[in-house]
Ligand binder design. Sequence first.
Ligand SMILES: Nc1ncnc2c1ncn2[C@@H]1O[C@H](COP(=O)(O)OP(=O)(O)OP(=O)(O)O)[C@@H](O)[C@H]1O
Length: 548
Amino acid sequence: MNLLRLLGRLGPGPLRRLVLYAAASALSSTLVLAIVNRAAERIAEDKADIVDVPMALAFVASVLVYMVVESRMVAHMASDVEEVVDELRMGLLDRIRRADLWKLERFGQTPLFESVTQSSQIISQNSQFLALTLRSVLLTGTILVYIATVSPTAFLLIGGLLGGGAWFYVRLGRALDERQGAMMAEEAVMFEGVSDLFDGFKEQRLNSARSQDLNATFGTVSARTTAARDQVHLHSWQQFVFGECAFNLMLGVVVFVVPTYSGTFAQEVVKVSAAVFFLATPVFGLMQSLAVTSAAEAAAGRMMDLEKQLAELAEPGSDGPGLPVPKDFAEWRMEGVEFAFPAPPGEPPFAVGPFDLTIRRGEVIFVTGGNGSGKSTFIKLLTGLYHPLRGRLTLDDAAIGPQRIAAYRELMATVFADFHLFARLYGLDPVDRVKAEDLMRWMEMERVTAVEGDRFGRRDLSMGQRKRLGLVAAILETKPILILDEWAADQDPHFRFKFYREVVPALKARGLTIVAVTHDDHYFDVADRRLHMEEGRLTELTVTEGAA
Ligand SMILES: Nc1ncnc2c1ncn2[C@@H]1O[C@H](COP(=O)(O)OP(=O)(O)OP(=O)(O)O)[C@@H](O)[C@H]1O
């Protein structure tokens, strides 16, 4: 149903087309069966040894109709499913793009990543099985109708057997689903172990006890995964063998049971046996497609659930055009801004603020403080990435509410402590080539890599080098505010000196307002003001206080 609901998003057309194709395919197949049976009957009646041309033509026409309809059905189905998956995936990405950072952090990345990549892949790969399932159901129905026209008794017995067999098969399938769930849980633990091995490769190479312990743990998990997989293989094979046996039983019913209830069945036995053989295609098709379709069904359900959950992560005001903010602001203020993370069990929550602060345009502000004191949280509040629980941000007289938040953030270029170097210089089209080359020289990166078109030539660089590229990208954005979170922490002494003594003053001279988190007490004097964070509280110190 999830897959059908998903397809329904394209309007009624694709679903109607699917049903029509599936019905045409089932009818043409049944027609082939009826023609074969009728031809065999005529040969038996007339002992004719000449070809019945109209019947042969009808046979060829039915086969051709089946061939064309079947291939078109699968082709349309695949492209409809691709279209709807593309729409859903883009919708998810769009919602993630516009989500509230704090809500997104709490939600976690794993389900998002799994849905956007794996689930959409499962649906795409198995799209044709949805068509196969529908066609198989319809074909089974039309063949049963054909059997009913030949022998009502055979229809009742075969129909009953088929219904009972399907019920039991689905029950076996449920047990298999449970085992598959258990197998996936074990596999998830195993993947965690594999990524632990890769992420901690250096540490385990340098410590043989850790390496062996890791290996032993991995061995246990791997053995559990193997056992879970064995169970899945065993049950899926049992389910398949049951399906085959139920099918053979149907043939047995035709030749051993039906004749005892129907006196006239002797003439019909060949027709009904042929019909049961014809049933093999849809019944085995269903057996094959149900298993795969259920994985695609579950994936479609996961993606649609996620879509709903992501709607709740939306940031207020992220839709719509929004209001402008004064770009030439004179004063940037935080008024009574407070924020708190939810408390871990048995502990008080970590709260920051209230922050009451006025930053004047063109100032260089350093934010200092110990690990975990709340500096990065302060930066997230200042940049409007976290929303204050109380208090507000203002630029001159404009309060930054949901409608101004987008324009407000547009004023800032940032290099966060955990910054990401994008594959492309997104949003910088065209890149000012001369300026980019100047900046690369200024950052002493011109021998390492270059701006090539709209991207950096290399990204496989050291953290310090990547941060320099991050700063190049931030300066290229030509925003009036620059936010840096521990930018210099990864720089060597030579470039750290250059950054504080040359780069920061030069950027200030260009009119930028700079807020930088730093631990570099040798350079506190570079700032106009120093704000010090302690347990979420901000105090203003002189720039010489605490300097080395
Ligand atoms: N996403 C989060 N969820 C829950 N608690 C958080 C989260 N981010 C930070 N915290 C808590 O807030 C406190 C302050 O973290 P923050 O990153 O602001 O400190 P910091 O001063 O930047 O530290 P550092 O100098 O080590 O980078 C920490 O104790 C941390 O446990």
